[in-house]
Design a protein around this ligand. Sequence first.
Ligand code: C2E
Ligand code: CA
Ligand code: CA
Ligand code: CA
Length: 275
Amino acid sequence: AKADGKGTFRRFDPALDARVRARRNLEADLRRAIAVQEFELHYQPLVDARTGRITAAEALVRWRHPERGLVSPADFIPLAEETGLIGPLGQWVLRTACTQAARWPAHIRVAVNLSPAQFRDLRLADTVKAALTTSGLAADRLELEITEGVLLADEERTLATLTRLRAAGVSISMDDFGTGYSSLSYLRRFPFDKIKVDQSFVRQLPGDAESAAIVRAIITMGTCLGMAITVEGVETAEQFAFTTAEGCDQVQGYHVSRPLPLAEFLSFVDAREAA
Ligand code: C2E
Ligand code: CA
Ligand code: CA
Ligand code: CA
C-alpha cells in the first residue's frame, strides 16, 4: 500500500496500474507524434442533394503510427482532449486543412472539426484567422464543426467566440445534431449556418417510421430557421433517395464516398466534375 499524503492508505490495484501505465505511454507517444507531425488528413466529400456536385469535404484526422499503422481518431482524440494535446494537434489540423484546400477548385469548401477544449481557448478566433491568412484560403471556404459539448461551457464566452468567427467570414456547423441534451434551445441562442443530422438517425432509414419522422422534422425545423441541413452517415441508395426527397441540402456518407487520402480525394473530384 502507498500513502496518498493524507495519512490514509490505498491498496495497490494491478489492473488500474496497468491502465494508468498504458495511458501514460499513449500520452507520451502522442506527444512525440505531434512533435514529428505523424498525422494525415483524409477528406470525405459532401454533395449537393439536388445536383450531386461536391460542395465541400470534411477533414478527418488519422495517425500514421510507425508500428500500429493508421490509427482512428476515436483512439486518440479523447486522450488529446483530456491532456491538452488537442491544442497543438488541432492547430496542425486547421493549418493543414486550410493549406490543402486553398489548392482545390474554388467552389469546394473544407470543414474542420473543433473539440470543446479548442473552443475554450480565447485565442481561437485569432488562430483561425492566422490559418486563413497563412494559407490564402478565403474565409467563406472554411466551415467549423462543433458539437453540443462546446456549448456546455461558459455561454457568454462561447457566444463571443462564435460571433467573432462569423464576423471573420467563417461558417459554423452544429455537428452530431440530436445526440446531446438541449439542442433546440441552442439553435435559438447561437448563430449556426448548418446542422449536421447525426448518423444514428440515418442508420434505420427509410424503413423505421420513428427515425424517418425525426429526420423529416429536423430538416423542416432547420430550414425554417434559415440553416442548411447536411445528413451524414448515408450508406445506401435508399437512404440517399429518402433524405434528398425530404429536402436536405447536402449528403455525406459511404454511399457517396468514404473519407479519402488527399490524392484520392482530388481524383474523385476530377472524376465527378468530368461526369
Ligand atoms: P464526426 O465529426 O461525426 O465525423 C464523421 C465520422 O463518421 C467519421 O469517422 C467518418 O469516417 C464516419 N462516416 C462517414 N460516413 C459514414 C457512413 O456512411 N457510415 C458510417 N458508419 N460512418 C461514416 P472518423 O473519421 O473515424 O472520425 C470519428 C470522429 O473523430 C469524428 O466524428 C470527430 O468527432 C472526430 N474527429 C475526426 N477528426 C478530427 C479532428 O481533426 N479534430 C477533432 N477535434 N475531432 C476529429
Ligand atoms: Ca464532424
Ligand atoms: Ca458528425
Ligand atoms: Ca460523431
